[in-house]
Design a protein around this ligand. Structure first.
Ligand code: 3PG
Ligand code: CO
Length: 555
């Protein structure tokens, strides 16, 4: 007797425009010189904090609160937006892969059986991010996969690595490649022909997202499939060390390289009869390569050769597109998201960000589902991101353009919910450029102001929050919280996300005067936001949603 119909909230009215603003990578931390949000002028966010504790609080945005395996797992945009949109905590890809590997179920599943067919005559290629960041992939999962594949008959294995430096410290790539080389050497001792075949930095090779720049995927294709790259090395450790010597080189942006044998021939192009697995569990940065590997009809770049392979993703990356059609682990089934409920209950919805975060407030928000629930009720607007640059060069990004689009959507009164992601804290934070991140945070704060002013004009309600931390802490710290120094006595810049909680603020002229944050959900996390937003639209949330953060007191 399932019904999409939401019960009316006993105290809160309908018909208010609700702006849901997500500041990407905007956590709360001690004020110091590495806290870019503190250093930046952020008068709008500061003024919201003054509403504490009635209308400003912190929520958890990492670890088990967002479905990650442990409390040591930093938050990320996928799990953060999933939680914000779904209102419940789902075991996420990282956890599901852990479980499937630990139980051995991964090696008994349909996906694995499918690729295993090639083990006799073909090569098994593993492509993915090489680090222990736990955002897109994890080294220990790759290690278990290598072990399981070799035990299940893989005789020839080629690994195509993507170096990280974004979810982990820059420079850590060398150690990860050494570890992998070690593992592959052990496999070779057992008679398995296993080697690294190609590589490149994740932001320059393969792992683009939301079709920002197909050139990134093409560079990967050329190296992985065609065995062609501007740089050729005999070993991957040598490759990474040498390429890092170039001025300004970093792990995120290493150029593509292939490993060659003594005659100069690439050791591992992908050819007919091979099996390919993309080892990342996270979807956004795998969708494009999955299309290139799977679609017979494909016009995003010239593939030159389209080998007849058996391909499986670690997970299925897009449930709507059923992409890829084969996968080793079933993704979380994130159903009945708040977006879908609200559209069924007459809430006209507008969502907006720039390209690099567009899928966050649409695809991730809607439970890793692409497209509209009901096109006549929804409008999703993507502002094109600058491509081919690192965002420390343009730290303001498209914050102003996004804010103006959102303002216009609010003022048009055509929408009941206006949802937005402001990327600066995160995207500039990932560059590790502190000064630029400060500029980015200020720009994001100004964008919030534009949106809140529009809400003021229409008598609406705002919810301002974030998906995880990043810009509030830009330095690697030791156990006592002090900046950790490297051998040369220098601080180590933290390009990654953090374990910090994030703020949530509510307000606006449409917010009934008795609405305030409850005190009885002290551990509230991002998953509690969906019920909160439903309440502000005048609805009760479904009973299996995480509890709302707000209560209405009579005054
Ligand atoms: C990325 O993909 O850019 C990072 O690994 C994680 O960043 P996001 O979770 O903020 O997108
Ligand atoms: Co990020």
């Amino acid at each position: 007797d399932f019904s999409w119909k939401l019960a009316d909230h006993p105290k809160l009215p309908k018909g208010k425009t609700v702006a849901v603003v997500v500041l990407d990578g905007w956590g709360e931390a001690e004020p110091d010189q590495y806290n870019c949000i503190h250093v930046a002028q952020t008068p709008t966010m500061d003024s919201l904090k003054k509403g504490a504790p009635e209308r400003w609080r912190l929520v958890r945005a990492h670890g088990t609160a967002v479905g990650l395996p442990t409390e040591d797992d930093m938050g990320n945009s996928e799990v953060g937006h999933n939680a914000l949109g779904a209102g419940r905590i789902f075991a996420q890809g990282a956890k599901l892969v852990d479980l499937a590997l630990a139980s051995g179920k991964l090696f008994e599943g349909e996906g694995f059986k499918y690729i295993k067919e090639c083990f006799d005559k073909g090569t098994l290629h593993l492509i993915g991010l090489l680090s222990d960041g736990g955002v897109h992939s994890r080294l220990d999962q790759l290690q278990l996969l290598l072990k399981g594949c070799s035990e299940n008959g893989a005789k020839r294995i080629r690994v195509h690595i993507l170096t990280d430096g974004r979810d982990v410290l820059d420079g850590s790539s060398v150690g990860f490649v050494e570890t992998l080389e070690n593992d592959l050497a052990k496999l070779r001792e057992k008679g398995i022909d296993a080697q690294i075949a190609s590589g490149g930095g994740r932001m320059y090779v393969t792992m683009d997202r939301y079709e920002n720049d197909w050139g990134v995927v093409k560079r990967g294709w050329d190296a992985q499939v065609l065995g062609e790259a501007p740089h050729k090395f005999r070993s991957a450790v040598e490759a990474v060390k040498k390429l890092r010597e170039a001025p300004k080189a970093n792990d995120q942006y290493l150029p593509p390289f292939v490993i060659v044998d003594e005659s100069g021939k690439a050791v591992g192009p992908i050819v007919d009869g091979d099996a390919v697995v993309t080892i990342n569990f996270r979807a956004d940065r795998m969708v494009m390569i999955a299309k290139a590997l799977e679609y017979a009809d494909f016009d995003k770049f010239d593939r030159v050769r389209f080998p007849k392979i058996r391909y499986a993703g670690m997970l299925q990356y897009d449930g709507e597109l059923k992409l890829p059609s084969r996968y080793l682990v079933s993704p979380p089934e994130i159903d009945r998201t708040s977006g879908e409920y609200l559209v069924h209950n007459g809430i006209r919805t507008f969502a907006c960000s720039e390209t690099v975060k567009f899928g966050h407030v649409t695809f991730f928000w809607n439970g890793n589902r692409s497209g509209y629930f009901n096109p006549s009720m929804e409008e999703y607007v993507e502002i094109p991101s600058d491509s081919g640059i690192t965002f420390n060069v343009q730290p303001k990004m498209k914050a102003l353009e996004i804010a103006e689009k959102v303002r216009d959507a609010i003022l048009s009164r055509k929408f009941d919910q206006v949802r937005v992601n402001l990327p600066n804290g995160d995207m500039v934070g990932h560059t590790g450029d502190i000064e630029a991140t400060v500029v980015g945070c200020k720009a994001a704060d100004e964008a919030v102001k534009i949106i809140l002013d529009a809400i003021e004009q229409v008598g609406g309600i705002y919810v301002v929050t974030a998906d995880h931390g990043n810009a509030e802490d830009m330095v690697k710290r030791n156990k006592t919280g002090q900046p950790q120094l490297d051998k040369a006595g220098k601080i180590q810049i933290l390009t990654s996300h953090t374990l910090q909680p994030v703020p949530i603020a509510i307000g606006g002229p449409g917010l009934a005067s008795g609405v305030r944050f409850r005190k009885d959900v002290p551990d509230g996390g991002l998953a509690n936001v969906a019920a909160t937003v439903m309440n502000l639209h005048g609805f009760e949330a479904p009973t299996d949603y995480e509890p709302t953060l707000v209560e209405v007191v009579d005054n």
